[in-house]
Design a protein around this ligand. Sequence first.
Ligand code: GLN
Length: 303
Amino acid sequence: MDYQGLLHEVMAEALRGHGRGRVADYIPALAVADPTAFGMAIATVDGEVYGAGDWEQPFSIQSVSKLFSLALALAEGGEQLWQGVGREPSGNPYNSLVQLESESGIPRNPFINAGAIVVTDRLLELTGNAGTAVRDFLRAESRNETLDIDESVAASEALHGHRNAALAHFIASYGNLRNPVDSVLLHYYAHCALAASCRDMALAGLFLARHGIRADGSRLLTRSEAKRVNAVLLTCGTYDAAGQFAFRVGLPGKSGVGGGILAVLPGRGAVCVWSPPLDATGNSVLGVAALDALTTATGWSVF
Ligand code: GLN
């Protein structure tokens, strides 16, 4: 397979849609992202990495981090995580409050903000520091020791995160947080504010393509847990557009409002694409288009 040629073809195809979408601006520090930036990387289970465009430039990974906080919380604490968070698609925006009351403070799934806040709470309890736990995992898997939390993004989100604060307090009112709300939010903002490149993220996502095995050969998740994380990614990883994403891309994937999307090709590799302008559901317009073009060209899919 000529991965390099393939990436260039896919990038050219995706860039035809340039000009659509809007860069996230509800966190002021994200609004400064370059709308013309575009990067894409593929990491294979055989250890090869290919990239195109701005694939080595760090961007704000935002909700892509939720994939890693979930995997680490499961690895450290096991199945009991599922007592505090569900695994059904929400059919609502990522920052929605509406289901929490009727569902007694148990968020629908770990990838909407409410669910990710619960996961961060458990990871904080299990490790003492959810932000650095995710950072250290990404550093180890990508072999990039410079990968770090962008404190200015974390601070900007803390200052403007009224909706996340509302979600966290609401969950706490049902007794579903074990740490103080302020501290859970700081750790949640910290892992969302990690800056990493498409190269780093494709490498970091490989443990799911390897059915739970990390870069150093150790096991993070059982094969069954890795399968389940992939299943939740497919059904919930792109929020209320998860059906559309499965239809167009056919792979488990996680998006973030920084414009990144990480998708997993079980048994084969991981691919990360980054382009900041988002559609109305908070997913990168060109990112989804590029993954659509890639999987259409190669036939890669879990189906
Ligand atoms: N940190 C962002 C928030 O909580 C993450 C949202 C996202 O990437 N979908 O609003």
